[in-house]
Structure formats: C-alpha cells, structure tokens
Design a protein. Structure first.
Length: 423
C-alpha cells in the first residue's frame, strides 16, 4: 500500500497526510521525482530527507496531503492579553490570498489585510518587504566582499529553505558557498524582537507570526525568532473561521516596523527577483551609482537563466534556477558563475507549496497573474539605497552591514545534514 507514495512521518514539521483520503496513486512520489528532482530512492522512503516544499500538496488529486496546521494555536494566542502577537505578511501571500476568499485571481490584498488581521486580534501587522530590504543589504554586501577579497565563489542565495535543506543534505561541500544572510522572515522576526521591542518599550512577550507562501518555512523557523509560520491557505481558513467580513474592511497601510520596504522586497516573490535586487545593490556598492530601472531584470522564460554584467572593474556572471533537478544540471560547471539564485518552486515563491490550490490546467495562469500583480507594484517602488528607513536602521542600530551586530542578528550558519540520507 505504501510503496507508491512519499513517506510522511508524524514529526514532519510542515506536511501531514490524511490516511483515509490517500488512494496510493503515486502522484506525490512522481512530483518528488519529476518536479522537485529528488531522484535517489533513499530520499523518498526516508521521511527525514523531506525538504518540506509542499509541491506534493499542490499536486495531490485527493487532498490527502496538507500543511501542518498551527492556525488554531494562533487563534488561541490572540485571546491572551499578556502577549503582543505580531503578524508579518510576505509579498506572494497578498497577491494570492484573494483566490481563497472568492476574489479575482491576481489582485493584491495588501491594504485590506491590516484591518482584517487587527479585527482578529493581532497587535501589529508588518510587511516582510522591509526585512527583505535588509536581506538585500546584507547579501549584496556579502557578495561584494567575496568578490573583492577573493573569497569562496560562486555565492548561492539563502532565502529558500527547501533548497537550503537539499544542499545541506546532498551537497554539504556547497555550504561555504551559501550566503549566511537570513531570509526576510528571519530578519523581520529578529528585528521585531530586538529593535522594535526596545523602540516601542514593549515589556510583554512578543509572539512573531509570519504568513508565507511556503510550507518549508515551518522547518526554517525551528530555533529562530519566528514563533509560527502559517501558509496563505491557513490565513484564509482563519479569516473564514473567525467570520471577518472582508468586503467591509477598510483599506489602510500596514504598521511600520521601521519603515516601508522597497521594490527589492517585492522582487523576492518571483524567480529572478532576489538576483535583480541583489545585483542592483551590489552595483551601487561597486560603482557608487544607482541602477537604472530594469538594468538587472532577467527574462525568466525557463528553469535556468544565465547572464553577465559589468560593474565597474568587475564582470559578474550569474545564474537563476528554479527546481532542484535543474540546479543539478549546472553544479558541474558552477565555477563559471559568481552568483546563483536558487528557488525550489516553479516561478519562485508565487508557486510555493502553501499557496491556493488549483488544477494542473490553471496553475500556470494563476502563477502568471500573481507575478504580474507583483510587477505592477514593483514599478512604483524604490530600491533599498533610496529607503531612508533602511539608512536609519543602520545609522542608529546595526551600524555596519556584515558587521558584528549584523552577524549576530541577521546571519546564520548552515548545518551539514548529510547524515539524514543514510539514517
């Protein structure tokens, strides 16, 4: 019965199986092999090697696979007046949530969410794009330092937890190549529990909740400053369960953690976005000049995209990859690149395992409309070097990108996990 499916254990932090719904059809297994690229059998019959990406959930025809629900715990926390419960919203969430709430596909609910979430009891509603701006400052600085100092290259991005677990299990030799910069949600929660708490003189315990398009974020946050991750779908369940009338909710801005995020934070929502944001900031660091609009915009037409850019005296060769089986195709020639963006999910976070479900026929349309909605917002936004709130954060608190306090709050070391394959 169980040989034609991936193994999901009770202690999986991200995914659960409803046994009575499973018909052993093999779709989840084929998704792991064909879509994700986990081809070795030991990665499929050993639950410890799950990378928690949730693509099996999106493809299960019977609804037998679900994310591990924690939203009911959060609803209980919202009743505790001794705790300050914050919620931070990722860009890909707000352009997909409407699909679960009966809205048109490809609209942004950004300005509706603050009123909706505060009516449910959240104390503050933050935008993860501010944390993404900080991620870019740290990651671009790290890249430039590696280039100038002759340190390990290529550097790989670090914001996709499914890719990070995959690398730490299957390619531990790449760990020195992976950026140590935390993901935007990790940085957001760290700043909430340090700088923001001090700035607002909050004495009560702060609970940091993040709404993400990604099931793997539920694994990423273990041992971090983020207390809970819920998916886009879970947020929709919460809203429906509480009975919020979304159509009568006022449109207002999100609360300011320290300020607004920029277009770099929005770019994180789709494949190629982290690369564009990081290169734009690296260009500023290397040349002292701001990037022109679209200067580093990559035309992502397939799972592997390559480009080469001149920045001052440096030539930077880059690659953008989604799908880990596609990553394997370029690892043998990784030395030709300086910087590689890796995302597990097709199209990036807009296609994450926690996003609204759809048929195989319409899922590409959904991804495209979500991406287009992000692009509409990106075109009217700014870059981190134009963001006075980012300057204020560094001038008054962090001081130096990649400096002592930055490494304490905004960076993390990656742990070798190759032993999981043979356990």
């Amino acid at each position: 019965m169980n040989e034609n499916r991936v193994k999901i254990d009770q202690d999986n932090p991200a995914i659960q199986r409803i046994e009575e719904k499973c018909i052993n059809c093999g779709v989840c297994l084929n998704t792991c092999i064909d879509d994700v690229g986990l081809e070795r059998k030991c990665r499929l019959d050993n639950s410890k090697t799950c990378i928690y990406c949730g693509q099996c959930i999106l493809n299960c025809p019977m609804g037998a696979l679900k994310e591990k629900y924690v939203y009911k715990k959060i609803l209980d926390l919202l009743k505790d007046t001794d705790k300050v419960v914050t919620v931070s919203i990722a860009p890909s969430v707000r352009v997909a949530l409407g699909e679960e709430l009966g809205k048109e596909i490809g609209i942004s609910m950004e300005r509706m969410l603050p009123a909706i979430l505060k009516s449910m009891g959240f104390s503050y509603v933050f935008d993860v794009t501010f944390g993404a701006d900080v991620t870019i400052v740290e990651e671009a600085t790290e890249l430039v330092n590696r280039i100038k100092n002759g340190n390990v290259l290529p550097m790989f991005t670090s914001c996709c937890p499914a890719w990070i677990k995959y690398a730490c299990m299957n390619h531990p030799e790449l760990i020195p190549n992976i950026s140590t910069t935390k993901s935007p949600i990790g940085i957001t929660s760290s700043l909430i529990k340090t700088y923001f708490k001090d700035m607002m003189n909050i004495e009560d315990e702060i609970i940091s909740v993040v709404v993400a398009p990604c099931t793997a974020k539920k694994w990423e946050i273990i041992g971090s400053d983020t207390d809970y991750v819920i998916t886009t779908r879970e947020l929709a369940y919460m809203i429906k369960e509480v009975g919020v009338d979304i159509d009568s909710s006022k449109e207002v801005d999100m609360d300011l953690l320290l300020g607004h995020g920029s277009k770099s934070g929005l770019l994180f929502g789709r494949s190629g976005g982290v690369m564009e944001a990081a290169l734009s900031y690296a260009h500023y660091l290397l040349t002292g000049k701001k990037a022109q609009e679209g200067q580093f915009r990559l035309n992502i037409e397939g799972p592997i995209t390559e480009a080469s850019y001149k920045m001052g005296d440096s030539i930077i060769d880059v690659a953008v990859v989604y799908g880990l089986k596609n990553l394997e195709k370029i690892l043998s020639q990784k030395e030709k690149y300086d910087f590689i963006e890796v995302m597990n999910c097709r199209g990036g976070c807009i296609g994450g395992g926690g996003q609204p479900l759809g048929t195989r026929q319409d899922i590409e349309i959904r991804r495209k409309k979500r991406s287009d909605c992000l692009d509409e917002q990106i075109n009217s936004a700014m870059y981190p070097y134009d963001n006075n709130s980012i300057k204020e954060l560094y001038d008054s608190y962090i001081i130096t990108p990649n400096g002592e306090l930055a490494h304490k709050l905004l960076h993390k070391e990656h742990e070798e996990l190759s032993h999981l394959i043979d356990d």
